[in-house]
Design a protein around this ligand. Structure first.
Ligand code: SF4
Length: 316
């Protein structure tokens, strides 16, 4: 494996060890496992498992890391968005993985939760937005609620270095400093440094030091069950545009993603100091579902209502 950003070439076994080391270092540096976790009162970590390479690699590395450590319990949570020819196949990968890792697995769907499928939402598009703008809101809602129901202390997702560098650039390009603060406090900063975000389950992204291609290579070399297909709606987003630019920059200037994220983390920490993660902005609760929100009705409930009003719900 050739890592141009580090000027290194690694053989298969050194590469695999290097990836595992980076994930474990991130778990340590972000203080994911608090000192008061015990076998009698373990930490429960819910992993958002899509069946794609990132979440599969994350689940496999963490299951291996904590296999002999009774202070950590892992539960995999999969969301079915209702995307034809994409999610059904990836579910097979999820099931094969959780069986081999011997971890609990829960499955929830937008159909059951909101009475809608993403394919219909994307076709109808009542708010004139990219499909991912709806899907991201629905996913965050379902992940948070179910992770809480499962007794999670933390929600872990498989975002890799490319994903996080893209998010950083999106926040910078949108000029949204408060969003940077929320990003830091909700999922980016070390747990010891974060401000509490009211009503939000803490999140972490232990794969965020690892470039996307290396995650894919690890999944291949470790022979993990992975569903490689892209969501058909993925290329319709602002993120897809950023991704294209970022890959071109990385090609010309190896190390760009690492430096973007390192600088962004410092900026986001400063933003969090100033804006306190926006905790005060989520002080109220939704009059329909009770989720934290600044408005009378939260964004999830407003979007779900809009989809149903447009006749794109499946229980119309
Ligand atoms: Fe949802 Fe967009 Fe991800 Fe597809 S690419 S699953 S629409 S967030």
């Amino acid at each position: 494996m050739n890592a141009a950003y580090a000027g290194t070439h690694l053989c298969e076994s050194h590469f695999k060890r290097s990836l595992v080391r980076r994930v474990r270092r991130r778990v340590r540096e972000d203080s994911l496992l608090p000192g008061d976790a015990t076998p009698e009162d373990p930490e429960t970590w819910v992993i958002g498992l899509s069946g794609g390479k990132d979440s599969v690699v994350l689940a496999a590395v963490l299951a291996d890391t904590f296999a002999e450590d009774p202070r950590v319990e892992l539960i995999a949570l999969t969301i079915h968005e209702g995307i034809e020819g994409y999610r059904d196949e990836s579910l097979d990968a999820c099931e094969e993985l959780v069986e081999s890792l011997d971890i609990e697995h829960e499955l929830v769907s937008y159909a059951d939760e909101f009475g809608l499928r993403m394919d219909d939402v994307a076709a109808e598009d009542p708010e004139n937005m990219a499909p991912c703008a709806y899907c991201g809101v629905f996913r965050r809602d379902v992940l948070s609620r179910y992770a809480a129901e499962l007794g999670a202390d933390k929600l872990l997702t498989g975002h890799n270095l490319d994903d996080e560098a893209e998010t950083a650039l999106m926040n910078v390009f949108e000029g949204d400093v408060r969003q940077m603060a929320r990003h830091y406090d909700a999922s980016l900063g070390p747990f010891d440094d974060r401000n509490e975000v009211s009503g939000m389950l803490p999140r972490a992204k232990p794969l965020r030091d690892v470039p996307e291609k290396e995650v894919a290579l690890y999944a291949h070399l470790a022979d993990l069950p992975v569903h490689m297909a892209e969501c058909p709606h993925a290329d319709e987003s602002f993120r897809a545009e950023i991704q294209e630019h970022l890959l071109a920059l990385e090609e010309e200037h190896p190390g760009t993603r690492h430096s973007i994220l390192a600088g962004y983390e410092e900026l986001a920490a400063l933003a969090a100091e100033k804006y306190g993660g926006g905790a005060e902005e989520t002080a109220g609760s939704c009059s329909r579902c009770g989720s934290p929100t600044t408005r009378d009705v939260c964004r999830t409930c407003r979007l779900v209502a809009s989809v149903h009003e447009a006749g794109a719900g499946i229980d119309e």
